[in-house]
Design a protein around this ligand. Structure first.
Ligand code: PLP
Length: 410
């Protein structure tokens, strides 16, 4: 688990940040969420290496924003997005449940005080001994998407509740699709849930994930309609499903406009109403990015600014953080982070942005049209906004001898 630290700094603007976030939940758009507390911390502390600073109060207000937008759902935080102890502890205190991918994530949640009944083992790819570990710890809710996994569950978690993940072939609208690796076709889900009952398991429902950073709300409408057909098919076999897991996909504020959380809520609730009438199943959401993404800022430092001669006049800006130390989601330039420097507001020019390692894959943005101030210098700080999700957990421990990304929670 990457290193993280809690620092208690008092800041009189806390309340303002929380209010601001309430407005964000209702508003949508693309303005970043700025934390006075993080800014204050970064202005008053020196770090020699890149660091991720997380404002736990923004996580609190986002959690409340999601609860307001989707009051009928239970939140299962996707721990993989940011496994810092302090983040899990804060969400535990709010009464959040947890979606985990491994025994280590189960331990993190249990150590934070979560009851095993509040943990869902949502990874459909598990070792038999890891299932046995989870079962022994009291976890009773498991995902699967194949017969082979179901057989493992029947052996190592007898009688547990299982839900089947549906394959989403179309992830249009998502910046980080989670399509073909996960899920099975709807007919196969029907067959496998029947098989689960035959194996003595408790087939409780279905799940899907419409793709991470998903801005096409119609994707939830399609997925909910498909899930409803699976419910009906099972009902005809005398099996009554009771759980629909709506997955993640809720957005953070990168470069692109995103709908307001309230809009996600409106579309999702209308779709459930349309498909299930007044007989709603139990609903789960598994936000990762949308819950913690906007709470974090990475502070990095400019190591080098150079050019490649007359063929390409763009400046190359090398930072002390790259693809291997936390910014893996710049792969294919999928996630386009917003950058901030002390020179913002002055004249800018086009740049290629790269990481510090001796690996030529460690280029963050080349095709995307990034511009940075002409006044930017070696040694200047660059803040990378909305980096609370999928950064510290992606950071290599020692690639090229660089330390893993450290997290500071405020
Ligand atoms: N649930 C599951 C099973 C996932 O695999 C993921 C992400 O990989 C999530 C939830 C979180 O998705 P997001 O970060 O888009 O909210």
């Amino acid at each position: 688990r990457p290193d993280s630290t809690y620092i208690d700094i008092e800041h009189d603007l806390d309340a303002e940040v929380v209010n601001l976030f309430g407005a964000y939940a209702a508003a949508g758009g693309k303005e970043p969420i700025l934390s006075a507390k993080v800014d204050h911390y970064l202005a008053s502390h020196v770090h020699d290496e890149a660091v991720l600073v997380v404002d736990l109060d923004i996580i609190s207000s986002t959690y409340e924003g999601l609860r307001q937008a989707l009051p009928e759902t239970e939140v299962f935080y996707a721990v993989k997005a940011n496994p810092a102890e302090e983040v899990i502890g804060r969400l535990e205190a709010h009464g959040s449940n947890f979606d985990v991918a491994s025994p280590a994530e189960i331990d993190l949640c249990l150590n934070a005080g979560a009851d095993p009944s509040r943990i869902s083992y949502g990874n459909p790819i598990k070792k038999l001994r890891d299932i046995a570990y989870a079962y022994e710890k009291g976890v009773r809710l498991y995902a699967f998407d194949s017969e082979a996994e179901l057989l493992k569950l029947a052996q190592a978690a007898p009688g547990a509740q299982v839900f089947c993940r549906l394959l989403m072939t179309d992830s249009a609208g998502a910046d980080w699709p989670l399509s073909h690796k996960f899920g099975c076709p709807d007919e196969e889900a029907v067959r496998l849930l029947r098989r689960a009952a035959d194996l003595g398991m408790d087939p409780i429902g279905v799940s899907f994930h419409v793709g991470s950073q998903q801005v096409y709300l119609a994707q939830w409408e399609n997925a909910i309609a498909r899930a409803a057909r699976v419910f009906e098919a099972l009902e005809r076999s005398g099996i009554r499903l009771t759980l629909m897991n709506l997955g993640g996909g809720f957005p953070a504020r990168y470069q692109r406009d995103v709908p307001a959380l309230m809009e996600y809520g409106r579309i999702i609730r209308a779709a459930v109403e349309k498909e299930f009438g007044d007989d709603w199943p139990r609903l789960i959401i598994e936000p990762g990015r949308g819950l913690v993404g906007d709470a974090g800022v990475i502070q990095s430092e400019v190591v080098l600014i150079s050019t490649k001669g007359s063929a390409d006049s763009r400046r190359w800006v090398f930072l002390d953080i790259g693809k291997f130390s936390g910014l893996a989601e710049t792969m294919d330039e999928a996630i386009k982070y917003r950058l901030r420097t002390a020179h913002d507001g002055t004249a800018t020019g086009p740049v290629v942005i790269a990481g510090p390692t001796c690996d030529s894959a460690d280029v963050l943005y080349d095709k995307a049209d990034y511009h940075l101030p002409l006044a930017l210098n070696i040694g200047d700080k660059v803040h990378i906004l909305s980096t609370g999700a999928y950064t510290s957990s992606y950071s290599a421990v020692n690639f090229n001898g660089f330390p893993p990304l450290r997290t500071i929670c405020l």
